[in-house]
Design a protein around this ligand. Sequence first.
Ligand SMILES: Cc1cc2nc3c(=O)[nH]c(=O)nc-3n(C[C@H](O)[C@H](O)[C@H](O)COP(=O)(O)O)c2cc1C
Length: 193
Amino acid sequence: MNLVPRELMTETAVSSADFRGAMRHLTGGVSVITAGRGKDITGMTVTSVTSLAVDPPTLLVSVNRDASSFPLIRRHGAFGVNILAADQLDVAERFAGRGGLKGADRFAGSQWVTAVSGVPLLVGALSAVDCEVEDIIERHSHGIVIGRVRNIKNSARSAALAYWHGQYVAVDQDEDAARLAEISVPARSRRGV
Ligand SMILES: Cc1cc2nc3c(=O)[nH]c(=O)nc-3n(C[C@H](O)[C@H](O)[C@H](O)COP(=O)(O)O)c2cc1C
């Protein structure tokens, strides 16, 4: 495949509004990234966590370089990924900066444990993942942070918190999986033909 060198790329006429409109259609799982250690901690709500590879276990997250988490992730070389459950909407709101909460104050009201790397991990998250920074690719306003997974705590819970069309939605295995199964049945067999 021939790639266009970055210096030859021209500005396109795509507006930010059109781009945001397109991205609203993406349903994103909501996680809270945590960074720092001791009292020098912060974190942020993200939907950009994506699995990169299974072998070795790596994931990536796109972090705004102006976010308070970014310098801490870079300095300590570690971050936590806390995949939120449907009933953790309040945690998502606090770590998105609602109410003006900053840094360690965002952690109040929920229970945290310290990971081997030193970052806080949320008790009751669907999964809490301790990552060591493998690489950070700075591009435009964001840094693509690649994390090598060092430790995972999975819970038996499953109802997840997602974000779609500018609102939080709960994805529940019992109810939604049944509905998904229903719509994925081919029309012919549903009519018993
Ligand atoms: C649902 C949701 C998803 C978000 N996803 C991201 C993301 O993937 N990357 C990012 O840089 N900011 C994302 N944000 C914005 C950050 O959570 C927000 O800017 C945060 O407060 C930045 O932290 P700071 O106040 O400590 O700088 C998201 C916000 C919400 C509400």
